[in-house]
Design a binder for this molecule. Structure first.
Ligand code: AMP
Length: 316
C-alpha cells in the first residue's frame, strides 16, 4: 500500500470535507521534508492521538532570506516516503499506513498572489507575531518568523487539523505558533514534542546532511556544551557570563573555525533576555546557533548554521 501524496488544494479540501462528515480527528505535522527520526517522533505522536495524520512537505520560500539555502535545501520525496514506511515497520505501526496523507503543494498553490524573495516587492498577506519573533533566531533572520507564521496559518486553513505537532528543536517557533493561535483565535491544539538526538547527542536536522562525517562528529560538542551548562546551573551556577563562557570554550576548543552566532538565556514564558543571573525558581531557555564549516577541508568555503537548545528547569 502506498501513501497518497496530494499536491493541490482542491483535492485536499475534498478529502478534508469527507473526513469532517465522518467526525474523525486530524493530526497535522508541518515539515520542509527530507524527513528524519526527529520528524518521525512528531508523526508517531500524531498517529497515536488522531484518526488521520496529514504531513505537509513544503520548503517555504518566505522564511528564507535571499542569501540563505532555499535552492540547495534537500528535497527528495522518495527518501521521505521510505523514511515513513521504514519507521512504521520498525515501530510495529505498519497497520497505520492508511491513516497518513501527505500534502506537498507547489509555491503557486500556497502563494496565490505570487511570491518573490525580495521583501520590498512582495504582495499578498503575511502574518507577524510581534514580541516573540524579534529576538534570538529573529535577530539573525529578521523575516524568518514572518515566513513561518504565514505558511503555518495558510497550512492550518488548508488542513484544518484538530491537533498540530511541532518540535522543541525549534523552541522559539513553538512559542511563535502558540501566540499565533492565541491571537488569531485559531481553534487548534498545539502539541510540542521533545528534541530527538543521535547516539552522540547531536540534534537531528535535515541540514546535518550538508556536513562531512568528521564535522558531524565534532558538532556533538554543541550538545556537550549545553549539558555542561545545565549541570553547572543545577549545581547553583546562575551567572550568565560564566555559563556562556563554559559553552563558548567547549565549542571553540573542539574546532576554532566554529563561529558562535549567539548563546542566549531567555525567560521561558515570554522570551525576554536574561542578562545577569538566572532566577532558579523560573528557570531559562538556553539556546544557541553556531556556524560550522561543512567539512574540514582547508578549501571548504560553505558553512551550515546549526541551532540547539536546552530547557533549564526551575528548582528550589
Ligand atoms: P523542519 O522540516 O525542519 O521544518 O521541521 C519540521 C518539524 O519537525 C518542526 O516542528 C521541527 O521542530 C521538528 N523537528 C526537526 N528536527 C527535530 C528533532 N531533532 N527533534 C524533534 N523535532 C524536530
Amino acid at each position: 500500500m502506498s501513501i497518497p501524496v496530494i499536491t493541490d488544494l482542491q483535492s485536499l479540501r475534498k478529502l478534508r470535507n469527507e473526513i469532517s462528515l465522518k467526525n474523525q480527528t486530524v493530526g497535522f505535522v508541518p515539515t520542509m521534508g527530507y524527513l528524519h527520526q526527529g520528524h518521525m517522533s512528531l508523526i508517531k505522536e500524531s498517529i497515536l492521538e488522531n484518526d488521520l495524520t496529514f504531513i505537509s512537505i513544503f520548503v517555504n520560500p518566505s522564511q528564507f532570506s535571499p542569501n540563505e539555502d532555499l535552492d540547495t535545501y534537500p528535497r527528495d520525496l522518495d527518501h521521505d516516503l521510505n523514511v515513513i514506511k521504514n519507521f512504521l515497520i520498525n515501530e510495529n505501526l505498519n497497520n497505520n499506513l492508511d491513516k497518513i496523507k501527505i500534502f506537498k503543494p507547489s509555491v503557486n498553490e500556497m502563494y496565490p498572489s505570487g511570491f518573490t524573495l525580495d521583501i520590498s516587492k512582495q504582495k499578498g498577506t503575511f502574518i507577524e507575531v510581534l514580541g516573540v519573533s524579534e529576538q534570538l533566531e529573529g535577530k539573525t533572520r529578521p523575516t524568518f518568523f514572518r515566513g513561518v507564521a504565514t505558511i503555518v496559518t495558510k497550512l492550518f486553513n488548508a488542513v484544518k487539523p484538530t491537533n498540530a505537532y511541532f518540535g522543541q528543536k525549534d523552541i522559539q517557533q513553538t512559542i511563535v505558533i502558540k501566540n499565533l493561535v492565541k491571537d488569531l483565535l485559531i481553534d487548534i491544539n498545539i502539541k510540542i514534542v521533545p528534541i530527538i538526538r543521535n547516539s552522540n547527542g547531536l540534534a537531528l536536522s535535515s541540514r546535518n546532511s550538508y556536513l562531512s562525517n568528521e564535522i558531524l562528529n565534532q558538532v556533538t560538542c554543541i550538545f556537550q556544551s549545553l549539558k555542561l551548562a545545565n549541570n553547572n546551573y543545577l549545581n547553583g551556577n546562575l551567572n550568565i557570563n560564566n555559563l556562556t563562557n563554559l559553552i563558548k570554550d567547549k565549542i571553540i576548543q573542539t574546532n576554532q573555525n566554529f563561529k558562535i552566532d549567539y548563546i542566549s538565556f531567555n525567560n521561558p514564558n515570554n522570551l525576554d533576555y536574561i542578562n545577569d543571573k538566572i532566577d532558579k525558581k523560573i528557570g531559562a531557555i538556553l539556546s544557541l546557533a553556531v556556524y560550522v564549516p561543512n567539512s574540514t577541508n582547508l578549501n571548504e568555503s560553505k558553512s551550515t548554521r546549526l541551532i540547539d537548545n536546552w530547557i533549564l528547569e526551575p528548582y528550589n
